[in-house]
Write a protein that binds this ligand. Structure first.
Ligand code: ACO
Length: 426
């Protein structure tokens, strides 16, 4: 017998039964898809705080325990033992690659990292001070015009190729968007460099592709920087039905091109309540200016009449420590030791963290530092330009968006996203 939930309308004394669906992990779900048909009423849930919008077997989060898994594997294990590209393979194929699969995947992505010459003209049309996120979102949308194939969703090889192509090209588009924003010539990808190293190379190389070398003859992309950025990509790779992923799924539901759906996801991510927070964290630390000013801003964050919020604190799902933030905190401490960093921003950040973790306001509301709090500080330490923080989130998340797009398309229960409303107008 199925488990059900009975809802009684106390106005009419009528009762209605709904199925309870059980997950493999996490809370059970009440199937209210027949709610309107049975009751003639809608449900009301602004911000979807109680709504499961789909079934999924990609990513699992337990916000109370601070647990995150991709395809069943703990994020800590993936971040410590696997490369970002292996994590991409895992998300797309449901299992980690063997050595040969890993090498083939890496090689294919290197070859696919180049952009169509026609797309290059588009970058030049943007104002020179355009934010890289604006250019990145537009150029990703424009990519759909270069690959305007109507995908046969029954053909796995076709959509897997479409996924690998967008994962490979996004770092190049992001790097070009940055180069354009500083008036520097574009640096083409170097297929002798790995995915993550190549991105740093395209950001930093001189015209012609030369890299500045230190006295030991090493170019200025250090192993520790590549490892740190690779870990950041892994920690951002997917996060179930967050705002940008929901946007991607909503656009997918209308049958639009997948790259347009990804472009919409990029736009949704840009907001400072979501991925834009990593840039805002640094702007806020700079505004606070010194360790002595921290208490004053903490008081402002707690004042209900002040709109000021501590950027990089709080999360809709994690009501315990965000496991991604925990991994980044460890990475930050490692970088601090190995690169002997102790910047003013790091000191301010660490003072905020110390106060907030012990303050009743934050404890009561379960507000912990989130992934953006540490990624902002780490990326600053790695001398990544602030305007590239959210594009770096985009590079990491592209695999999650496209994997969710594929899942949506393959799900026979998928429908156009079309919520209703509680009308309160004339
Ligand atoms: N600083 C101070 N107070 C906060 C903060 C914060 N960063 N975040 C939440 N609160 C308070 C709210 O004022 C509210 O207090 P109240 O109950 O007294 O009214 C309570 O905590 C609950 O906050 P909500 O806004 O209802 O929580 P919600 O789940 O809707 O929002 C969000 C989550 C958007 C992340 C929020 O915590 C926030 O704005 N944080 C700052 C921005 C940020 O860091 N975003 C990145 C999120 S991670 C990501 O997207 C990758």
């Amino acid at each position: 017998m199925k488990d059900t939930m009975t809802i009684v309308n106390n106005r009419t004394n009528e009762s209605y039964e709904f199925d309870i669906l059980d997950p493999t992990r996490g809370p059970s779900v009440v199937d209210i898809s027949s709610f309107y048909a049975k009751t003639g009423m809608f449900t009301y849930d602004p911000g979807y705080t109680s709504t499961a919008s789909c079934t999924s077997d990609i990513t699992f989060i337990d916000g109370a325990k601070g647990e995150l898994r991709y395809r069943g594997i703990e994020i800590e294990k993936l971040a410590n033992k696997h490369s970002y590209l292996d994590v991409c393979y895992l998300l797309l194929n449901s299992e980690l690659p063997n050595k040969e699969q890993s090498e083939d995947f890496d090689l294919e992505l290197r070859h696919r990292s180049f952009l169509h010459e026609g797309l290059m003209n588009l970058f030049r049309a943007f104002p020179s001070n355009a934010h890289p996120m604006a250019t990145l979102s537009s150029a990703t949308s424009a990519l759909s015009s270069f690959y305007y194939d109507h995908l046969d969703i029954k053909n796995e090889a076709e959509y897997q190729e479409m996924a690998r192509r967008i994962i490979a090209k996004i770092p190049t588009i992001a790097a070009f968007a940055y180069r354009h924003s500083i008036g520097a010539p574009f640096i083409q990808p170097d297929i002798d460099r790995s995915f993550t190293e190549n991105f740093l190379y395209m950001l930093r190389a001189y015209p012609g592709g030369k890299m500045h070398r230190n006295i030991n003859g090493e170019d200025h992309i250090r192993e520790i920087e590549i490892k740190a950025l690779d870990t950041i990509f892994t920690l951002h790779a997917d996060h179930e039905q967050n705002a940008s992923t929901t946007t991607v799924r909503n656009v997918a539901s209308t049958g639009a091109h997948p790259y347009v759906a990804i472009s919409a996801g990029i736009s949704a991510l840009w907001g400072r309540a979501h991925g834009g927070a990593n840039e805002s964290v640094i702007a806020q630390l700079k505004m606070i200016g010194s360790v002595e000013n921290v208490d004053k801003f903490i008081e402002r964050a707690k004042d209900p009449n002040d709109e000021f919020r501590l950027m990089g604190f709080g999360h809709r799902v994690y009501k315990n420590f965000d496991p991604r933030a925990k991994a980044l905190k460890a990475l930050q401490d490692q970088l601090k030791n190995e690169l002997q960093l102790d910047s003013k921003l790091m000191q301010i950040a660490s003072r905020i963290e110390q106060i907030a973790l012990n303050d009743e306001y934050f404890i009561q509301r379960k507000l912990y530092p989130n992934i953006d709090f540490y990624s902002g500080v780490i990326l600053t330490a790695l001398k990544i330009p602030t305007s590239m923080f959210t594009p770096i989130f985009v590079i990491g998340r592209t695999v999650g968006w496209i994997t969710q797009w594929i899942e949506f398309k393959k799900d026979p229960k998928s429908k156009i996203a079309r919520p209703r409303q509680l009308y309160i107008g004339k």
